[in-house]
Design a protein around this ligand. Structure first.
Ligand code: 9YT
Length: 133
């Protein structure tokens, strides 16, 4: 069994802040845990906008605190309001923009699992991880 706490992750290399400071992702379960997914407890700072395109991952985002919206740019064109209890799933590698009106806390699952130190590249993606461990 794996038992881990947010407190153990805070301040480590798996507590990652975006270079442009829109979010802070505390990565609880990672590729090294061999689960096939990673689990992140992420803070999205208020009044921020993040352009994202997870070409190499599927992502589930479950909002537990705060208010925001996700604008899907492609393949559909639609904006969804996000509040506690809302889950959205990027199951088609959608290009999108996440806007936080207030500070949000979201629980994110990535498939395949992140290694733990990823930040978005120029296109808003995390790199594909082809390494074995
Ligand atoms: C919603 C989203 O993808 N925000 C960026 C951070 C990411 N969720 C992460 O690495 O925790």
């Amino acid at each position: 069994m794996i038992v881990r706490t947010l407190k153990e992750v805070l301040g480590t290399q798996h507590d990652v802040t975006a270079p442009e400071k829109q979010w802070q992702s505390r990565r609880l379960l990672l590729k090294k845990d061999h689960l096939g997914f990673s689990l992140h407890d992420t803070i999205i700072y208020p009044n921020t906008e993040t352009h994202i395109w997870y070409k190499n991952h599927l992502e589930v985002v479950y909002c537990i605190e705060g208010e925001g919206e996700v604008e899907v740019l492609s393949p559909e064109q639609k904006t969804y309001q996000i509040s506690p209890g809302t889950v959205y799933v990027l199951n088609q590698h959608e290009k999108h923009v996440l806007r936080a009106k207030t500070q949000m806390r979201i629980i994110c699952v990535f498939d395949p699992a992140c290694t733990g130190t990823e930040v978005h590249g120029e296109e808003g993606a995390y790199p594909a991880d082809d390494s074995r461990d």
